[in-house]
Design a protein around this ligand. Structure first.
Ligand SMILES: [Zn+2]
Length: 142
């Protein structure tokens, strides 16, 4: 996995998010990467045993610009919401992504097993709706 670019918190990448959600928070750094295998990720300061830990003392949002299906705005919104959740509610464990017998079932199981993931999905569809996140939200309501 290759780090392409390191962007500090004053960057445009977070500027479009509403100030109300950024208020009082240390802002994470954003790293653009390619071929990470996931669209995006949020890494807490404590998780320094990851690939990113030696790069910064701030929490990190990793965005994979190589993933074809990755919508940057919705990924940034989703991962930023996890940052907000950590500072608002404290530590929580994200469920492991697991392939069920269908893609749809995998999505439903992932989001319905974790209120924090559901909340992040809700948040990204509000700020950066796209065909994918709107469809996922619909699946959860079925
Ligand atoms: Zn998430």
């Amino acid at each position: 996995m290759k780090v392409l670019q390191r962007v500090r918190f004053s960057s445009l990448e977070l500027n479009w998010l509403p100030n109300s959600i950024k208020k009082g928070l240390i802002l994470p750094q954003i790293f653009f990467v390619q071929n990470s295998g996931v669209g995006g990720g949020y890494y807490r300061v404590k998780n320094f045993d990851n690939d990113w830990g030696n790069l910064t003392k701030r929490p990190i949002i990793v965005i994979d610009i190589h993933s074809e299906t990755n919508d940057l705005d919705s990924t940034i919104a989703h991962e930023f919401r996890h940052h907000w959740q950590l500072y608002t509610y404290g530590n929580w464990i994200s469920p492991r992504w697991k392939i069920e017998n269908s893609y749809k079932k995998s999505i439903i199981k992932f989001y319905s097993s974790c209120p924090y993931e559901r909340d992040a999905l809700q948040f990204e569809t509000k700020l950066a709706p796209n065909d994918t996140n709107l469809e996922w939200k619909e699946w959860l309501l079925e």
